[in-house]
Write a protein that binds this ligand. Structure first.
Ligand SMILES: C[S@@+](CC[C@H](N)C(=O)[O-])C[C@H]1O[C@@H](n2cnc3c(N)ncnc32)[C@H](O)[C@@H]1O
Length: 274
């Protein structure tokens, strides 16, 4: 494939996806019964994001202005679409009809490996920022580790449905979901592990805010997608070098998003630990 061809093909492909997402998302907002087409589109888009030929064509596409513009628009519309799909998944579960999809399988498969060496234990407290209507991360962590887990979400529908899903799937687990912000959480200083959902647009602003609120041992798992994966995730950003240090990155070629682990930069009697 020549560079010219790859540029034309990938741009056309992205424009088609953007157009389809905008149409299908509006259909769902108008009537939730139209979710099936959006669900199928997310399935197709998940395959697209993991396809190496398209990844290469995207890398070879050099028109950065148009590329960035399309990438941001697709990241926004797909984040909103995934949120709708989580609501659907929660409602299906609560109605007694279950569904699975590649997107969710991808998320579920990653949870065990999320913190590398810094595994979650029963004595820990985990916070998930952007817990969603179907909070499978929280349920999985609580069930597998016995840790106390807290989910926060900006969306009240997601909080309400998330609580109902937990009541159904893990009534005994120590899980609390709320629409409070990080500065409103009473036990934020006791949190040992934090996960950011990849599709939270302001995740790096919240990370910055968490520096003063959390204890010095906290470990943060930032889900993200750079380059081609930024079509379906929000990317990494620079952190304040006096606050957060990226200790490790997991690049996962078969998964929708990658993971960056952050630790606090601790200043000790005039010596900065970076
Ligand atoms: C797709 S969902 C959850 C993803 C998935 N459950 C996971 O484990 O990665 C992302 C959620 O983030 C929430 N969200 C977006 N911005 C947020 C913010 N600033 N604070 C908290 N939640 C936010 C959305 O409302 C949405 O429900």
């Amino acid at each position: 494939m020549t560079k010219t061809n790859s540029k034309i093909n990938i741009r056309e492909k992205l424009e088609i996806y953007l157009n389809e997402f905008e149409i299908q998302y509006e259909e769902v907002v108008t009537n939730r019964k139209n979710i099936h087409k959006l669900e199928a589109l997310i399935e197709s888009y998940s395959d697209f994001i993991l396809n190496q030929s398209y990844q290469q064509a995207y890398s070879a596409w050099l028109d950065t202005q148009e590329k960035d513009h399309l990438t941001h628009r697709l990241a926004d519309i797909t984040a909103k679409s995934v949120k709708q799909m989580e609501i659907l998944r929660a409602q299906r579960l609560l109605d007694g009809k279950m569904s699975t999809s590649q997107y969710f399988e991808n998320i579920e498969h990653c949870i065990n490996e999320e913190f590398g060496q810094c595994k979650v234990t029963a004595n820990d407290t985990l916070l998930l920022v952007g817990s969603g209507a179907y909070p499978m991360t929280l349920i999985q962590v609580a069930k597998e580790t016995g840790a106390k887990v807290i989910g926060i979400d900006i969306d009240e529908t997601a909080v309400e449905l998330g609580q109902q899903v937990i009541n159904m799937l893990a009534p005994e687990a120590n899980i609390h979901i709320t629409n409070q912000t990080v500065d409103q959480l009473e036990d934020i200083s006791a949190v040992t592990h934090i996960i950011f959902s990849s599709t939270v647009p302001v995740k790096y602003q919240i990370l910055d805010q968490l520096y003063d609120l959390t204890n010095e041992h906290v470990v943060v798992s930032m889900r993200y997608g750079n380059g081609f994966k930024a079509l379906f995730n929000y990317p990494t950003e620079e952190t304040n070098f006096e606050k957060w240090n990226c200790a490790h990155r997991q690049l996962r070629s078969n998964q929708i998003f990658d993971i960056a682990l952050y630790r606090k930069v601790i200043t000790k009697v005039g010596v900065r630990d970076v």
